[in-house]
Design a protein around this ligand. Structure first.
Ligand SMILES: *[C@@H]1O[C@H](CO)[C@@H](O)[C@H](O)[C@H]1NC(C)=O
Ligand SMILES: *[C@@H]1O[C@H](CO)[C@@H](O)[C@H](O)[C@H]1NC(C)=O
Ligand SMILES: *[C@@H]1O[C@H](CO)[C@@H](O)[C@H](O)[C@H]1NC(C)=O
Ligand SMILES: *[C@@H]1O[C@H](CO)[C@@H](O)[C@H](O)[C@H]1NC(C)=O
Length: 893
């Protein structure tokens, strides 16, 4: 049939490339829409098929001013991003689908993702790295051979699947630097790039004007199979940046400053879109860093519309001039290109928050908690007051007469002194900030200028440099600053977040003795913005988080008790005083270095690795078959049983179900499907032992997500699970008919054998924590048909519906206790025969139990009927269940 919006088709590039031009709707509302909503509108127009996406949806989005926070709309992203932990089960499912259709005489090669999918093999292969060596990588490759063979088969067998082999880079980096396109070209059409991903850093991409956010594994699978994501049309908070950036302020300070503003603004669940003249001062990496922080303030995305800065960034990657021109003329034609200086282009937002960039000054955090921020200018005073204050988050309670103490000691034959505030550990770590080269470069350029000015770091200070990845080392080296880091004592000690905390070499004994002797409050300064544990070393009582350049500055100063404005950082051997401002690199200098060396070389490096490693991985042999040759001996990859019957898991009425578990509040995805090690006494361990594996070969649940037998046994196998049927935490439950206690899996197996459907009773916030598809698949394979809880985490609720498990919610104020349930009732839930997308639905749950007041000898059962009433909306991929009912309590039937 003809596309309902074919009249909007326009062309660029001399008519060779087509696009849907929403401007041809001639609707004045379009020009007022936030640009992020325009991206959604375009996708909805282009994907309008009358089934998943309707003209009504297009109208609703166009009517965003009225419909925000009301209408439920579909969104079809341009691509899906999977990391290997979530990618394995998704691809295993697709492979199993091929088997299933082949069994029914259909050509299995027709089963492919509809939406282009990039799978980045990253986590599971790096997780065991303690040292960065080729030998380790080879060992990992051997250990992970089965999974690599499978991935390689996927990349050959499926259309629309691109597998990025191990060790090219972290997911978000590859996404940012390699996969991002700003616009997509397919079938002669050009359209904006957009993505949903299972990586928690997916939102970073919004810094490049690409709309995207994180979803659960099951939702991403639905998108791969061509279904849109369903969401409530979001409110969009306009974040207006004004003023100019203070020269001592790094990107991280700006990020933290903006994050703080946004956190206070309370924008949970909304889109944030940046505008105002200040935006052009932020480089593309600055923007992606800000976008990466949006989980901190609970925004769905932080969107930076494409402008000249974005184009400049892509010029440094692989975009040819021709491509850049095409993208610019397309983005301009559909009004997705911003000139931030021109306020006449500003859209109308749900609300506006104004942030003055001049108000942002550099901060450090500490001495004990990351949330205690101190402006660098106040540091000296603040540390003094920490010495005075009584012991607490901001106090050490050092008596006045002991505050001035100086303890001399010898180090390598030279005498030094330690005092309160002396820095003994200085760690430049690029963990969450490795995406933002400018901060590490600022530190490097500062190191360079310090060395050139003749400054040194005292040799007893444990200095270290832990770049987040080889990439960081690479650009520190290509920009020429690495040798200066080394000259100041900052040597590369390792990669990855493992080095963030406590992994530095021990302090020299003389230093430890001096600290003990004077009972000194010695300090550690480290960069990184999340991994604050306050336990760098037992003898270091004050730990500060600071930006990488400030770590360098405090290391040179040797103390945190310094006012950089008034006191010199150090004195050269000629006795000349050098102030921090004398050697602090300017923002322009940093951005110039970044442009000249970093961006293009990161990209080149990534491409190089892509080629080399691809070849490496491709040395692993794999079959050319259309269906996957499952190896019955494999304990990593197994065909799951979902498709043994060709029917979709759907919510269905159930009768006389038992509660498998009776849970309390805040059951997390870690309780439901732990990712960590497999306990030796667990059901999964019994299975693996039966496959002749030794406990050393068990690996983790995370690594075994391609094996449904292990994952089902691992469901609710957390030792922290608090089941109200049991007296203490553990992965056990009560098998109600027999009254026996057993592993949750074992109980589920018995219920299934007896044909008894299962439900789970739970409290508030069921299913919070990071999403993994086994949190819904596991319960499904266990026979769980409904979860009745006080509230659900939204992602998890969607996943349950995706697996046909009903997420039912008690009426506000009600719970299992208020309804006097003890969990041993039998539950009957009836649904109407047909459910249709976005239907509002009420569900009655009858819970019946045998009364203990009746003499069992009478052989009569006495049922009390409860109706649990539910009035929350559940939305998943078009299903929309609204459950409202009375709370009746009959008895005596
Ligand atoms: C931002 O703050 C600076 C310094 O506080 C002030 O001079 C400037 O006028 C402010 N800019 C705007 C646009 O409010
Ligand atoms: C973000 O969401 C979490 C969980 O829903 C909540 O605990 C937290 O208070 C929220 N934070 C903000 C800043 O809204
Ligand atoms: C990068 O550019 C080169 C040469 O223009 C091209 O062959 C290659 O496919 C491009 N890579 C990507 C990822 O676009
Ligand atoms: C629940 O109990 C009520 C009252 O006895 C009855 O009318 C209703 O049909 C029952 N519903 C189910 C699902 O059994």
């Amino acid at each position: 049939a003809e596309h309902p919006y074919s009249h909007l088709i326009d062309t660029v590039k001399d008519g060779t490339i087509k696009f849907f031009n929403p401007q041809k709707l001639n609707d004045p509302r379009y020009d007022k829409l936030p640009l992020s909503i325009r991206v959604m509108l375009e996708a909805t127009i282009r994907n309008c098929d009358g089934v998943y996406t309707k003209e009504e949806d297009v109208q609703n989005i166009l009517d965003w001013q009225q419909q925000q926070n009301k209408a439920e709309v579909p969104f079809s992203p341009a691509r899906v991003l999977l990391q290997d932990f979530t990618g394995i089960p998704a691809m295993v499912d697709l492979a199993a689908m091929r088997d299933a259709v082949a069994k029914h005489g259909v050509d299995p090669s027709l089963v492919n993702p509809k939406c282009p999918t990039d799978l980045i093999v990253d986590h599971s292969l790096q997780i065991d790295f303690s040292k960065w060596s080729l030998k380790n990588q080879e060992m990992e490759l051997i250990r992970n051979k089965e999974r690599l063979q499978f991935f390689k088969w996927c990349s050959k067998a499926f259309k629309n699947v691109n597998v990025v082999p191990p060790d090219v880079g972290a997911v978000h980096q590859v996404n940012l630097e390699y996969l991002s396109r700003v616009v997509q070209l397919s079938d002669g059409f050009i359209y904006p790039d957009s993505v949903v991903g299972t990586d928690s850093h997916t939102t970073m991409i919004n810094g490049l004007g690409i709309l995207g956010w994180g979803v659960g594994g099951i939702e991403s699978e639905a998108v791969m199979l061509g279904q849109p994501v369903s969401l409530t049309l979001p409110q969009v908070v306009g974040c207006k940046l004004v003023g100019s950036i203070n020269p001592l302020t790094t990107s991280i300070d700006i990020v933290l400053g903006i994050t703080k503003h946004l956190r206070q603004a309370g924008i949970a669940g909304k889109f944030v879109e940046f505008f105002g003249p200040g935006v052009s001062q932020l480089s593309a990496p600055d923007r992606t860093t800000i976008a990466n922080m949006c989980p901190e303030y609970n925004a769905t995305v932080s969107f930076f519309p494409v402008d000249q800065v974005t184009l400049k960034h892509f010029k440094k990657t692989n975009f040819t001039q021709e491509k850049l021109e095409l993208l610019e003329s397309y983005m301009k034609a559909v009004k997705l290109f911003r000139s931030y200086e021109d306020p006449s282009e500003d859209p109308e937002y749900s609300e506006v928050i104004e942030i003055n960039l001049s108000s942002m000054v550099p901060y450090v955090s500490g001495p004990k908690r990351p949330q205690d921020r101190v402006a660098v200018g106040d540091m000296k005073e603040d540390f003094q007051s920490c010495l005075d204050e009584k012991v607490g988050f901001k106090g050490f309670h050092i008596s006045k007469e002991k505050q001035e103490i100086r303890v001399p000691f010898l180090h390598c034959g030279q005498e030094y002194q330690l005092a309160h505030g002396s820095v003994v550990i200085a760690a430049v770590i690029s963990c969450t900030n490795n995406c933002n080269p400018s901060v590490m470069l600022t530190a490097g350029l500062l190191a360079k200028k310090a060395v050139e000015a003749g400054l040194v770091v005292k040799p007893y200070i444990r200095t270290s440099l832990a770049p987040g990845s080889g990439m960081v080392t690479h650009y520190l080296s290509t920009s020429g600053v690495l040798p200066y880091f080394n000259q100041l004592g900052f040597e590369v000690i390792g990669y990855g977040c493992a080095t963030c905390v406590g992994n530095t070499a021990p302090l020299p004994e003389a230093v430890v003795d001096a600290i003990k002797q004077g009972d000194l409050v010695a300090c550690g300064v480290l960069s990184g913005n999340r991994h604050f544990e306050g336990r760098l070393c037992d003898c270091v009582r004050a730990n500060y988080l600071a930006s990488p350049p400030l770590v360098v500055a405090y290391a040179i100063a040797g103390t945190v008790g310094i006012d950089f404005e008034k006191e010199p950082l150090g004195v050269t051997s000629e006795g000349k005083e050098v102030f921090l401002r004398d050697i602090w690199p300017s923002r322009e200098e940093v951005q110039q270095t970044e442009e000249d060396t970093v961006i293009s070389s990161i990209f080149k490096e990534l491409r190089g690795r892509m080629k080399v490693k691809r070849f490496f991985v491709f040395n692993i042999e794999c079959s050319d078959s259309v269906v996957f040759p499952w190896d019955p001996k494999s304990t990593y990859i197994r065909s799951p049983s979902f498709f043994s019957r060709l029917e979709l898991p759907q919510p269905q009425s159930i009768e006389n179900a038992h509660a498998l578990l009776f849970l309390g509040d805040k059951v997390t995805t870690d309780h439901i499907s732990p990712a960590g090690s497999i306990a030796r006494v667990s059901a999964a361990a019994k299975y693996l032992l039966s496959k002749r594996l030794t406990p050393r070969e068990f690996n983790s649940y995370g690594a075994r997500r391609g094996n449904d037998a292990v994952m089902t046994r691992g469901t609710f196998a957390s030792i922290k699970l608090c089941n109200r049927f049991m007296g203490k935490p553990g992965p056990k439950t009560l098998h109600i008919p027999s009254g026996q206690t057993m592993d949750v899996f074992e109980a589920a197996e018995r219920y299934q054998r007896d044909g008894i459907p299962l439900i789970i009773l739970a409290g508030k916030d069921y299913g919070s924590g990071n999403s993994r598809d086994w949190v819904a698949k596991g319960p499904y394979l266990m026979g769980v048909r409904a979860v009745i809880a006080e509230s659900f985490e939204k992602l998890h609720k969607n996943q349950l519906v995706g697996m046909g498990i009903m997420p039912l919610q008690f009426l506000p104020g009600q719970n299992a206790d208020s309804l006097e349930l003890n969990g041993k009732e039998r539950f009957t839930i009836s649904l109407p025969d047909t459910l249709s997308p976005r239907q509002q639905l009420s569900v009655q749950v009858n819970a019946s139990f045998m009364s203990t007041h009746v003499n069992p000898d009478l052989c009569s059962t006495f049922h009390s009927l409860l109706a649990l009433n539910i009035n929350k909306c559940f939305v998943y991929g078009g299903w929309h269940l609204k459950i409202v009912h009375r709370n009746a309590r009959d008895s005596g039937e």
